[in-house]
Design a protein around this ligand. Structure first.
Ligand SMILES: *[C@@H]1O[C@H](CO)[C@@H](O)[C@H](O)[C@H]1NC(C)=O
Length: 373
């Protein structure tokens, strides 16, 4: 008798798990074949890399910032604006010495400010994860611009940039999952992201692209003819033309990135900097198997999931969408924004209490011939 007890226990556990799986309301779906085919490409070989992003990085505003997500530099004042998990938008005055740099709280949105862009009159426009798209005047007065389009409310307003005519281009990463459940959006497999515009003269919100896989960073192109929008869950960024004969059409800008793309910034000197939250890890494999994604989502929900995110950092991408350099570090994750100002690369993160600054002239990349991750 006693010998069958362990089998009975094992069988019961398997049945219970199977039942739990069937009863679970979270459903993951398969990706379309054409998307899976794109994800099946071998990892990109980036010609130059620095795999020790942390070594040499200084900390700016340490202890004063709570998950500084974006790095919005204002050349007029020389300040960086960044939004925190505590709702505060802070102004960061950075000096040659990191210790002398100061971060000062400015306005609290009452939400979770993510993407920030500077307007023409001292105002900033903020993509607030909970609130939607906000306009904050120089004096700190907050005005809601929009929080829905085509009858569908935003659930995770994420990034924003401004066009030459003042039109705002922004993303709602997901219409289904809020920021604390962003991970579940990736496991779900459905494209809940939208890329939108807001016209300040008509106050109209327009959906430019829908069915995006976690719509994230947005950047106006160097020549202002297109806007780049990144899809985190698909390791890529697309370009959407706003001017010229191709206006309204969409093309791939860069794909198969060596990490999960977040915000993107143009540095004014031929390079776009795309922050990578972490390396793709098992993402390419997971995209193929919805049942594994569902199982991981359930683990996350009921018992918590081990943190496997690593090798966060940034890539520099040229005007043609070619990845020319990769900065990363095994110990870094949740990098959300990198912005090159003078010879420094400033990076923000969802989870750190500071902004990192790397002197790119002192810590350059070296040539490589093997895949980065
Ligand atoms: C935001 O507010 C400023 C005034 O602080 C105004 O000049 C600007 O037009 C507003 N932007 C939008 C998009 O409404």
């Amino acid at each position: 008798m006693a010998s069958i007890v362990p089998y009975a226990i094992a069988a019961t556990a398997i049945l219970a798990a199977a039942l739990l799986y069937r009863l679970e309301t979270f459903e993951a779906v398969a990706l379309p074949e054409h998307e899976l085919a794109r994800m099946a490409a071998p990892p990109l070989v980036v010609p130059n890399r620095n795999d020790k992003l942390l070594r040499g990085s200084e900390r700016i505003g340490e202890g004063k910032l709570v998950g500084p997500e974006d790095i919005a530099y204002d050349p007029k004042t020389g300040l960086i604006y960044t939004g925190g998990d505590d709702g505060w938008i802070s102004k960061v005055a950075f000096k040659d010495s990191a210790a002398e740099s100061v971060a000062e709280k400015w306005v609290n949105t009452g939400g979770r400010p993510l993407g920030i862009v500077h307007g023409a009159h001292g105002e900033v426009v903020v993509a607030d994860a909970y609130k939607g798209l906000l306009n904050i005047s120089k004096d700190g007065v907050i005005q809601l611009l929009t929080d829905e389009a085509e009858g569908l409310k935003f659930k995770l307003t994420d990034a924003v940039d401004i066009g030459p005519d003042g039109t705002l281009y922004f993303t709602d990463a997901s219409s289904k999952y809020s920021i604390e459940h962003a991970f579940l959006d990736m496991m779900d497999g459905r494209p809940h992201g939208r890329f939108l515009s807001y016209d300040p003269s008509t106050k109209q919100t327009t959906v430019l692209l829908k069915d995006l896989y976690f719509a994230n960073g947005v950047a106006l192109s160097h020549d202002q003819t297109f806007v780049i929008v990144c899809e985190t869950a698909m390791l890529r960024c697309k370009k959407y033309y706003i001017q010229g004969p191709q206006a309204g059409s969409v093309e791939m800008f860069v794909e198969n990135l060596p990490g999960l793309p977040d915000n993107i910034r143009y540095d004014g000197h031929g390079l776009y900097w795309i922050a990578l939250g972490a390396d793709p890890g098992l993402l390419r494999m997971l995209q193929k198997y919805p049942w594994i994604r569902k199982t991981i989502a359930m683990l996350d929900k009921y018992v918590g999931r081990p943190k496997t995110e690593k090798n966060g950092g940034s890539v520099a991408v040229d005007l043609e969408g070619k990845v020319v350099a990769h900065y990363y570090d095994a110990e870094v994750s949740y990098v959300t924004s990198c912005n090159k100002i003078a010879q420094y690369l400033y990076c923000g993160s969802l989870i750190s209490s500071y902004i990192t600054r790397l002197d790119l002239t002192r810590y350059p990349t070296t040539a490589t011939a093997t895949p980065s991750t």
